[in-house]
Design a protein around this ligand. Sequence first.
Ligand SMILES: CCCCCCCCCCCCCCCCCC(=O)SCCNC(=O)CCNC(=O)[C@H](O)C(C)(C)COP(=O)(O)OP(=O)(O)OC[C@H]1O[C@@H](n2cnc3c(N)ncnc32)[C@H](O)[C@@H]1OP(=O)(O)O
Ligand SMILES: Cc1cc2nc3c(=O)[nH]c(=O)nc-3n(C[C@H](O)[C@H](O)[C@H](O)COP(=O)(O)OP(=O)(O)OC[C@H]3O[C@@H](n4cnc5c(N)ncnc54)[C@H](O)[C@@H]3O)c2cc1C
Length: 673
Amino acid sequence: MVGISDKCTEDIARERKKCSFSSTELTHFWDGGVELTKRRKLLENYFLSDPELKSSVPLEYLSHKEKYERSIKLSCLFFKKISNWLEHNDTISAMEVYQSVLGGSLGSAVLKDGFPFAVHYVMFIPTIIGQGTMAQQAHWISRAWNLEIMCTYAQTELGHGTFIRGLETTSTYDPDTEEFVLHSPTLTSYKWWPGGLGHTCNYAVVLAQLYTKGQCHGIHPFVVQLRDEETWMPLPGIKIGEIGCKLGFNTVNNGYLGFDHVRIPRDRLLMKNNKVLKDGTYVKSQNDKLTYGTMIFVRVIVVRGVAASNLAKAVTIATRYSAVRRQSELKPGEPEPQIMEFQTQQYKLFPAIATVFAIKSSATWLWDVYNSVTKDLDQGDLDKLPELHAMACCLKAISTSDANQMIETCRFACGGHGYMTSSNFPTIYSSLTAAVTYEGENTVLLLQTARYLVKAWSQRDVTSATITATLKYLSDFRPSDIYQPWSLTMSNLAEAFRLVAAGKIKYCSEHIDYLIQKGYTSEDAWNATSIQLTQIAEAHCRAFIVDTFVKETEVAVVSEPVRKVLVQLCELYSVYWLLKNVGDFLVYSHLKISDVDAVNERLAELLAAIRPNAVGIVDSFDFHDDILDSALGAYDGRVYERIFEAANKSPLNAEPVNESFHKYLKPFLKGQM
Ligand SMILES: CCCCCCCCCCCCCCCCCC(=O)SCCNC(=O)CCNC(=O)[C@H](O)C(C)(C)COP(=O)(O)OP(=O)(O)OC[C@H]1O[C@@H](n2cnc3c(N)ncnc32)[C@H](O)[C@@H]1OP(=O)(O)O
Ligand SMILES: Cc1cc2nc3c(=O)[nH]c(=O)nc-3n(C[C@H](O)[C@H](O)[C@H](O)COP(=O)(O)OP(=O)(O)OC[C@H]3O[C@@H](n4cnc5c(N)ncnc54)[C@H](O)[C@@H]3O)c2cc1C
């Protein structure tokens, strides 16, 4: 074994030497500034140096019950430590700390399969902020923030997750006692999925159909106590449990919940937007979609906190591994090359690196818009809500579906070793792929964006004076633009993405009109066009991502070598997605068949240009080894030793002969069974 480690560490060290830019500078850009990098590292040191938060037996070797019990122990230690930090340090805001521990991957170093407390912070508290009156906020936020109670967000039911207007749980107002009566009338009305609901939480925001004076007013949020605060026993009428093993998130304690005529006081209805008065009179808010606010918040944070962050981890592992793994021959008789020398390998890795940066720049835009629209909503101004909803839907869908596919590609890029749990790909993949479904299934979200786009298309002339920035290209669109000459510049590429989006939106809208003229109902025409509708949402989103990435590379305050890397990644992102959808570009943009060869050549040039910097770029994500938790991706490149060490943690290797030999195998082989 002597020498393997040296060879690998030399390979990876050589990669770092040939880097043409400062990786540290790119880290500062990635974090949002030198100060933010310092703060992130401070938090990492604080948490990751604590031996209490480390586990000797890998999670995968525990039983389901042991996993849960360990997750509660570690969550308590971890969140206690967070509270201690917040008590003694005021340089880093609580929001930043929680973002870092829940979204910035730090938490995954402590509990890689997810926290049963996450929904308490990510959904319960934001729902109280968004839907509660001042008095309700004062009461519930202080109890939840001080961890006097542990809470979740119970919306999805066994029968319905997507179509939330179809939820069956009822909450019927009784004016005589000034209480709501919560009830689950069917098996399909049982709440199903909420994180931490199984055994961890004693309160939940429950979404239920509100009935008062004999009339249903649609779904509304109620704060409901589920368990006794001392004994933790379920309260009368509450049927509660855990939903069992899943592809991942097995430490999150997702649960089920049913109600048998459970009574709660009137003030448990969150009444910032809609109200029920003592006598049962219903007072409606300006917009009934304000109840959906928490979902927008989570979609916004998933883009960077889940999609970019998990893809960055996967591509760091695969790129570092590709720098130390040697296999096959490029030229007969020459030493085996690093697998990163193969162009096909570069094609697996570098578009994923580019996608991480692309998602990050759009996520920053989305977060800023979310904050600004939230302020407007507080002033009663709802004008920008539809744009925020449409962009949050398509960015959540595209970022998670790209990350989903690219994480798998990164795993494939590591060959057989990528299939080992010790590579950490199984956990990264299972954490990310859940996000394709939760917080709005991706197809459904794309159709929400499509609905907004088709509407915008029909209004583009009327509203061109006031049209929002993300839709301006629709009012600027001239079909004759597809006859412009083609050139391989960034501004031309961005224009091509806009032309494709506008051309496809026009086609879809006209197709729906055509079907309606043929006698289809508008709903049937919509369904018969829905494959293309999801594609227009994707095209709109890609055009937006390219535009945002281009702008970011122009305004970023960075040195020229770093800018050059960003520009290359931005161009690679654009060229990659153009070639993936080349048919659309030939039909809807000014790209001609005779231009395609040049685009393919540009792709090859970009892969070759990025190659010497690849390790340097993934180093800039600056993942602590404990966060990456991968035998293939650690900073020092000691891949083979780590794979070996991880294999020896298998409990099966603790004894030379397993007892099953004596019990079964031996009698079987001796014909005694
Ligand atoms: C503390 C910080 C820490 C940070 C750390 C970051 C780390 C992250 C860690 C992440 C851990 C995450 C754990 C999360 C676990 C998942 C939780 C869940 O899944 S929970 C469960 C999640 N479940 C889901 O996501 C369910 C998905 N389903 C849905 O959202 C809805 O059923 C629907 C939207 C599909 C349809 O609704 P429906 O009522 O049938 O509506 P129609 O179609 O008829 O459209 C009517 C009009 O409404 C409009 N509009 C619609 N929505 C909105 C909105 N939000 N707003 C505004 N408007 C909206 C629409 O545009 C249209 O307008 P117009 O054209 O008429 O003008
Ligand atoms: C790990 C995880 C954690 C979760 N945590 C929570 C939580 O904390 N709280 C909570 O309340 N929920 C939670 N959920 C539930 C989650 O939000 C739902 O699973 C999700 O919204 C999808 O709904 P569904 O399961 O009903 O899928 P379905 O809607 O049944 O989707 C099945 C298929 O039908 C298609 N489909 C459905 N409707 C349409 C349509 N209108 N047009 C076209 N196609 C359609 C979908 O595209 C999909 O292909 C969680 C889920 C997961 C996986």
